[in-house]
Design a protein around this ligand. Sequence first.
Ligand code: GAP
Length: 471
Amino acid sequence: MRNNSFEDLDTFKAWCKENGFVYPSSEIYGGFAAVYDYGPYGTLLKNNIQREWEKYMIQERNDIYLIDSAIFMHPKTWEASGHVQSFADVLVEDKKTHKRYRADHLIEEYFESMGEKIDCDKKTPEELANIIQKYNILSPDGNELTTPRNFGLMVKTNIGTTDSTLTDQNVVYARAETCQGIYLNYKNIIDTFHPKLPFGIAQVGKAFRNEIVARQFIFRTREFEQMEMQYFHHPKDKDRIFDMWMKERMNWLVNVIGLRSQNLRFKRHEKLVFYASKAFDIEYNFRTLGGFKELEGIHDRGDYDLSQHSKFSGIELDYFDPDTQESFIPHIIETSIGLNRLFFAVLEDALTVEKVRNGKGEIDNRIVLKISKYLSPIKIGILPLVKQDKLIELSRSIQNVLKREYITQIDISGSIGKRYRRFDEIGTPYCITVDFKTLEDSTVTVRDRDTMQQDRVSIADLTKYFSDKFK
Ligand code: GAP
């Protein structure tokens, strides 16, 4: 049986907290809406997902450059990109409680409760107001709503007081998408590396948005991380390249990250965000959020961004093709996935509850995080059979041999059965048990998380054993 106790969001959130994956931010001050911290296992898992993305998108290819641009950019960046004018959600407020909601979400929830579906994607405040009025939609507390209005999503802050490059009371924006840092470095990459089209520039980093609602755990937060890649190409190749990236991204999610393919699907956007001329989402079936929702976006951004930045900066951003002697602004296909949102999907997909027989022959629940071993936070658990100095000492010496290559953890507290369960629950693929036989013949048992089969392996062979397992 799979996932039988993790269908609702509260149980899932509690599991993430209890197991050191995700903590609510600023909890001792009562929390801070739509912001989360990552605990020790969550940090390791997030880093592992990021590393797999960088391997697939950069290391295993020859045509993509990885950069790390600053979160703050010249404020003109966001005027040129169109975000200052157009990046907004539609807000409504409960007239009595003053709680704020996204109008499109309230309407969609209302229709869902009636067993119907409506797509409010990119509807204007006026269109949403008409729907609210027609169906007399109220707030979740049963009160009337204010007239829908646009609410800017850019997070504003101030920097310095003497910087002459800034105007408008020193307002700067925390970046709302990482790709703008890529466009601003496109010319640097061209000047330094002289790449031929098509080529990509990628980066992973924080983005910030003033999200209106804060009820979806790490699915929608005000501070999050994106893994974005912009693929520069000649416009004649756009359809082929768009299709290639649709296949590549789905392949990575299924065959590298290990999400179950039945939980993923493509969805074409009918109404487009202001910078895109064609857009598909890869959606994941988030059960704890009630169904399929956007996980990754694949966007044809055409020459919109480079043209805008060229216009606003006055700097030419053309590409010169030495073969055809043609000079033009390259077009861009973008792939953009939220690291935290993928982290959510990975946990939801892998969290499994199995019925097993315990030592007394009774049926027990075994919670196992059936995550790819390459993503597991702890690769190898090391367990002395009992709390005895010699066994603990030997466990430490085994850890010393393995720790440079793998993240390992020794656990000495509680019964051996309980300790296996703890490692199963955080997805540790292998557990080494050091027992009394180890003292006699220098062998240990290695238990496989998924099959629960045990191998007896000589300590001297452990390095080779695990290098085969993690090949
Ligand atoms: N550069 C394109 C772009 O930013 P987007 O659809 O707004 O497009 C891309 O965002 C991805 O970033 C989404 O598919 C999602 O995975 C993630 N994302 C967006 N907003 C988010 C938020 N508030 N919290 C967590 N992840 C978010």
